[in-house]
Design a protein around this ligand. Sequence first.
Ligand SMILES: [Zn+2]
Ligand SMILES: [Zn+2]
Length: 287
Amino acid sequence: MRVADGGIAVCPLGSGSKGNAYWVETAKTAILIDAGFSFKQLSGRIADIGRDIADVEHVFITHEHNDHIQSLKVMLKRHRPTIWTSAGTLRAIRKHLPDGASVKRINSNPENAGDIVAQAIPVRHDAAEPFAYRFDSHAGSLAIVTDLGEWTPDNVKALDGPDVFVCEANHDPEMLAAGPYPWYLKQRIASETGHLSNEQGAMLAAAVVKKGTREIVLAHLSETNNDSSLALEVFGTQLNGKRDHVHIHAASQAQPGPWVRSAVHETAGEKQARGGPSIASLLRRPR
Ligand SMILES: [Zn+2]
Ligand SMILES: [Zn+2]
């Protein structure tokens, strides 16, 4: 079942410091953002959401950290999607790219990937040239922003109020400070090139959300230094007043989900089938 109305849908396949990847689709195009699990895990999780890794036509890589590219090499030996990333990330991941792989550099210009238009957005993170991405389909938009230590007004402008906003909520500062990580790692995570805390992510979300924004998915939550109910609460408080039209979900490290999509316009077929579950309810997995 694909998005039928020109919209765009996303399902996190898993998100956190142990691995990150997202399935994104329109009616015509399937893309992956990052490939930060073993190939077995990645293809298994894609199968778990009823999709096939063989159908992926484009893979957008955010940056070279292992929790984002773990299975890139194995995937490219078995399948032939086009890889898109920055020039800097490309240099950093070259050893993961088998001969003959289809690789394209993306910069500040929008690029077409099937019927999706991709816009790369530079972010501050301790990697070669990390990107967040915004994706626009015929009738919907989505942005995925994780792995950044601080956000800028330029980021907000480029993100431009997407229908679906996947936003980093990495840590609670108090849990990080009191937690078991060594000092240097705590410093790295909390630095301006580390990861967004719940508060920082929530403030970004509040700045980014516009009238059309329907769904926010919290991502890259630390299993050690965060708690999903706490993160949801922080975002809920920050977005108070804008919340009547926005649903807030949290992605998990352990399993795929939730499915969220840009808009729900009932098709004739869906109207006819009313009484049964709507596409929206089928797409949105129970948490
Ligand atoms: Zn990461
Ligand atoms: Zn990273």
